[in-house]
Design a binder for this molecule. Structure first.
Ligand code: FHN
Length: 435
């Protein structure tokens, strides 16, 4: 009996500590977003589709952004990479054009990843693209200018975790002085990012999960950001419940509320703007070995499903060491762009969560009195049944409005009869106008 009680207690303890890790344990000041911040959140939700860019010295080794850790490369040896980093073919305007043509409305680029290399001009570390490489220029400056010119919002990814700095390592082991120094370093870099690049849409943190129990001093860091730039959103890819001060909730490699990638276990969807991030192949950083390319259709489905769940899609490219985005990605993004240019009306500016998950494998997006029913698989019956959807429909048509679609409404839901020529090979969209 005692053994049984002991086991139950142990199980309870494990469960308790697992749940505790889903919440940030340190006090945070009460946060009331400014009117401008709330507006920025709406704008963020309207944009729906962004380009994620993982680019750093690791691209030279062409084996993903975790190569330093996975290949156990010593700090000094890794530092040498900076000597070879000379992305002469980098052209910010070209990247912005690729993003824009794909229908992306914002760009989130790694300013510093876990390897500690800063991709911008910083006084807080010598290990940066301007001081440590033959390239000697600041690509984020160029990107900021190109984005501004083209009306694309620019966001900065910022790693909390650092594989190279001693203050991080020592701080992780409990050295408080070192930890405070590291926090100070982050604050100095964030100040640079928020003052030298014009308007920044979002600071996108990553790496919290490396020390789930640590005091990351978010009270100071978030206050600094919100003070320097109140309309800049904070997204923190911490894989826990949102912390007061977060403006966006992220879902890595998953749709909001799902956990196929294993990062979002036990995390509930909040009322904040939502964003899913995904790769175009397997890895985030450039990899010459990675051939798991997702198809255009898969990526469009991800975008549509994210919108249906009221979220954005942040789709990643990992540029090559010469500064070019690999042709496979450019081609696929071009195809995605053909789709968004035709059907973007059903995505941008819409909101989701109109219905729960449906048997017919699709989703619905909504803008004012217009609903877009996205049918993502050819229906197995001559109808689709939207369960529990009873809002009164005034008309149902094809996406272009040219063909009427029959419908029948009852208290259990709504039947739509798309007709025999209905094409759901990528996304068959039926437009509903509500009364
Ligand atoms: O370790 C990183 C990874 O390299 C990449 O940046 C992704 C993007 O969401 N985030 C981390 C894993 O959670």
């Amino acid at each position: 009996m005692m053994k049984k009680i002991g086991l139950i207690c142990l199980f309870g303890l494990i469960l308790f500590s697992a749940n505790a890790q889903k919440k940030y344990a340190y006090p945070m000041p009460e946060y009331t977003p400014t009117a401008g911040n709330l507006e920025a959140r709406e704008e963020f939700q309207d944009m729906k589709f962004g380009m994620f860019i993982h680019w750093g010295v690791y691209s030279i080794l062409a084996d993903g952004e975790w190569v330093m850790l996975l290949k156990k490369i010593q700090k000094d040896n890794y530092s040498r990479l900076a000597d070879f980093f000379n992305p002469q073919e980098f052209n910010a305007e070209e990247w912005v054009k690729i993003a824009k043509d794909a229908g992306m409305k914002y760009i989130t680029i790694t300013s510093r990843h876990h390897d500690s290399f800063s991709m911008f001009d910083t006084d807080a570390s010598d290990f940066n693209i301007v001081d440590a490489t033959p390239y000697g220029k600041d690509p984020l400056k160029e990107l900021a200018e190109a984005c501004k010119k083209e009306g694309i919002k620019l966001n900065f990814y910022y790693s909390l975790l650092d594989w190279r700095r001693d203050d991080y390592k020592d701080g992780k082991k409990g050295d408080e002085e070192a930890w405070n120094k590291y926090v100070g370093f982050m604050k100095a870099q964030l100040t640079e990012l928020l003052t030298n690049y014009g308007e920044v849409g979002c600071i996108w943190f990553d790496g919290h999960w490396d020390q789930k129990e640590a005091n990351w001093h978010y009270d100071e860091i978030y206050s600094l950001i919100h003070k320097l730039s109140p309309n800049t959103l904070i997204a923190n890819n911490h894989h826990i419940q949102p912390i007061p001060g977060d403006d966006v909730q992220t879902f890595e490699r998953d749709l909001p509320g799902e956990n196929h990638g294993g990062f979002n276990h036990g995390v509930e969807v909040s009322q904040l703007p939502l964003e899913s991030c995904a790769t175009m192949a397997g890895k985030w950083g450039y990899s010459i070995y990675d051939k798991k390319f997702k198809s255009t259709k898969q990526l469009i489905h991800f975008l549509v499903k994210a919108a249906g769940k009221n979220g954005n899609l942040l789709l990643n490219v990992g540029p090559m060491p010469n500064g070019k985005i690999q042709p496979e990605f450019v081609d696929t993004l071009g195809e995605v762009g053909e789709w968004t240019s035709k059907y973007g009306e059903s995505i941008y500016g819409t909101r989701g969560n109109v219905v729960g998950s449906q048997d017919w494998g699709g989703t619905i997006t909504k803008k004012d009195k217009t609903l877009y029913v996205h049918v993502l698989e050819a229906p197995s019956e001559p109808y689709i049944f939207i369960s529990e959807f009873t809002e009164k429909i005034a008309s149902a048509t094809s996406f272009d409005g040219k063909t009427k679609v029959k419908f029948k409404q009852m208290k259990e839901g709504t039947f739509l009869y798309p007709g025999k020529d209905f094409d759901a090979s990528i996304d068959g969209i039926i437009k509903l106008k509500l009364k």
